[in-house]
Design a protein around this ligand. Structure first.
Ligand SMILES: [Cu+2]
Length: 381
């Protein structure tokens, strides 16, 4: 997974309550009418995005991948931008129990309609076959995320993973005075993966992603950007590694391309992880350490997170300075667990000068490899 935790930090804050009035699902007929049938070219901002066969890994996309598309709605009154995508078929998959497999949908391209800032993210799953608006069990959502093909990740030659939500984090909410900048015409990619619940097949499900929105010119929020650092970043592939028995560490270093401060930091790890931490690579000083809660036999219950504050008391990171991510695991099973390890830290970062943000180079092989893999290795547990 890339950025599940990106800005997930404030889930328990009052801001959630402030925007908890999610709109009910539209009826199936309204959903079908709002999302036009796919076409294979991208037009203006009000035109549907289309699925892009070839961006999904073989075997992970649904057979009818050209049948879904998306539409973007700007709701000025509610200050929300909504992406409606579908229809998606969700059916039980034949696989071994325990296997965390989910149905990946093809990536749908979305042309962002307006310049300003987003400061939240929530996902609804609606039944496109219901006569009256009907929400589907949120447990069917393995994850829904947005990649931003118009901006680079801070640390890696990859496209930005802007926001993502899964079962555990259906909603991301930032305080009203901070926002992630987006520009009209930016190209986003919506990727998702579903599970059946209780063996039920849903023929036509629709995803509605709602992004609370601060229009340009109406406010001047603090700019926050996604921060993502992986203990084993593999561009275009999975960042999981084989976990050997007993205690082990995975370490990776990075250099900050620009200065700024972290407002909050969470992370993502797998079963048997003990902790993941951020250190100053020059002097070994520990800056943030997140610990897991595990069951008695080592299965992951949760990973801690750290909120520094949304004002001046963030954790400063210095341009040109080396840092490292250290993941600690203890595998008690006595054998190597194939792709059992994974560890990343993700959070909200306020750059000193956003103009210095590293540019995305679309001609780079790494970037191309990453784009081809959007959705296939994101948030896979
Ligand atoms: Cu993972």
């Amino acid at each position: 997974m890339r950025s599940l935790v990106l800005l997930l930090l404030l889930l328990a804050s009052p801001h959630v309550a402030a925007q908890a009035s999610a709109r009910p699902c539209p009826s199936g007929a309204a959903l079908t009418a709002s999302v036009p049938a796919p076409s294979h070219t991208m037009h203006g901002t009000s035109m549907p995005g289309t699925s892009m066969p070839g961006t999904s890994m073989p075997g992970t996309s649904m057979p009818d991948e050209a049948t879904s598309s998306s539409v973007v709605e700007v709701d000025s009154a509610r200050r929300e931008i909504r992406i409606v995508a579908g229809p998606f078929r969700i059916a039980p998959m034949a696989h071994e129990p325990n296997d965390m497999m989910s149905m990946d949908t093809p990536v749908l391209r979305v042309a962002w309609p307006a310049t300003g800032w987003v400061n939240g993210y929530s996902v609804q799953l609606c039944d496109g076959d219901a006569a009256v608006g009907t929400a589907l069990a949120h447990g069917m959502v393995h994850h829904v995320g947005l990649a931003n093909y118009s901006r680079r990740e801070l640390l890696y030659p990859m496209v930005e993973r802007l926001m993502a939500a899964g079962k555990e984090t259906p909603r991301v909410s930032l305080p009203g005075n901070v926002g992630v900048p987006l520009t009209r015409g930016d190209t986003l990619g919506l990727y998702s993966a579903f599970h059946d619940v209780g063996g039920r097949t849903v023929e036509r499900a629709y995803v509605i992603v709602t992004l609370p929105w601060i229009p340009a010119g109406q406010a001047n929020p603090i700019v926050v950007m996604p921060f993502f650092a992986d203990a084993n970043c593999v561009i275009g592939g999975t960042s999981a590694w084989d976990l050997k028995p007993g205690r082990s560490q995975r370490v990776s270093e990075f250099t900050m391309p620009l200065g700024g401060s972290l407002l909050a930091l969470g992370g993502h790890v797998h079963d048997y992880a003990r902790s993941v931490r951020l250190e100053d690579a020059d002097n070994g000083k520990m800056l943030v350490e997140l610990h897991t809660k595990l069951t008695q036999d080592g299965h992951l219950i949760s990973l801690g997170k750290r909120v520094f504050g949304f004002h001046e008391e963030g954790l400063p990171l210095v341009a040109g300075h080396r840092y490292r991510i250290v993941a600690v695991y203890y595998n008690p099973t006595g054998h190597t667990l194939r792709q059992g390890g994974m560890a990343s830290m993700a959070g909200a970062f306020v750059p000193d000068d956003v103009a210095e943000w590293p540019r995305l180079d679309p001609t780079s092989i790494d970037v191309q490899r990453d784009i081809a893999s959007v959705g296939s290795h994101d948030m896979v547990q």
